[in-house]
Design a protein around this ligand. Sequence first.
Ligand SMILES: Cc1cc2nc3c(=O)[nH]c(=O)nc-3n(C[C@H](O)[C@H](O)[C@H](O)COP(=O)(O)O)c2cc1C
Length: 253
Amino acid sequence: MTICYFTASGNCLYVAGRIGGTLLSIPQLMRQEDIIIEDDAVGVVCPCYNAEMPMMVRDFMRKARIKTNYFFFIYTYGAGFGEAYAHAKLAAEEAGLTLSYVNAIQMVDNFLPYFDMQEQIDTLPKKNVERQIETVCADIACRKTVNVRITAITREQMAMYHKRLADVWLKKDTALSYTVNDDCIRCGICARVCPANNITVNEDGVLFSDHCEVCYACLHNCPQHAIHLPKEAGTKQFRNEHVTLADIVKSNE
Ligand SMILES: Cc1cc2nc3c(=O)[nH]c(=O)nc-3n(C[C@H](O)[C@H](O)[C@H](O)COP(=O)(O)O)c2cc1C
């Protein structure tokens, strides 16, 4: 089994590791000229962004040539995933694949504009993450299949939601609004955890470019907590408790 994953604050890396098999980082795969993956089972594990998949994961689905008899898609999310299953099914179909199985695991919501990370961490036990992961692992082990029905209404909702929110939250120039305070020691970790190579650190400081994935890896993983959004709902950062900073660097640099 091969799992292709995208992670910013570690939830997806943890889930991918728990499902098992060969783990491949999508940001690193995307730097290859050709992506060819062949296995008896192939899965994508990624966060739900704006009730869709991250932009880079969508690009990955377009670029990769995947050959498998069992293709699955697992989202991690915090509050709600809307029509994300439909997005997975359509992305698979566009890639010439059948989506055999899809599921979503509710974890900490790392969306800093809306959520206080301390509150998210405090209420995490209620989400019973381990039970959700066990269900997904058991389903995949017995090659369970699910059928996602896409109606005309589903498509309408997807288009409406995308238009309403994608232009607000998922904008490639988002990082240009981030600020870096005086606690920054120019350690360069932000550049190393950025899956999009959107950050440069030099004698002038931390410089953001205009191809941000809006994943918040830089904000959540800065050892000095020096990078900030114009508006945050709380004062804490988040990284999955089973994942280290070195794991995120290894996944994304
Ligand atoms: C830009 C952005 C948009 C998000 N949108 C959603 C969403 O629509 N629904 C949701 O439940 N969680 C949303 N989240 C939360 C993440 O999906 C969730 O925290 C995920 O587990 C993070 O995975 P990671 O730790 O592997 O990066 C969003 C997070 C970000 C950064």
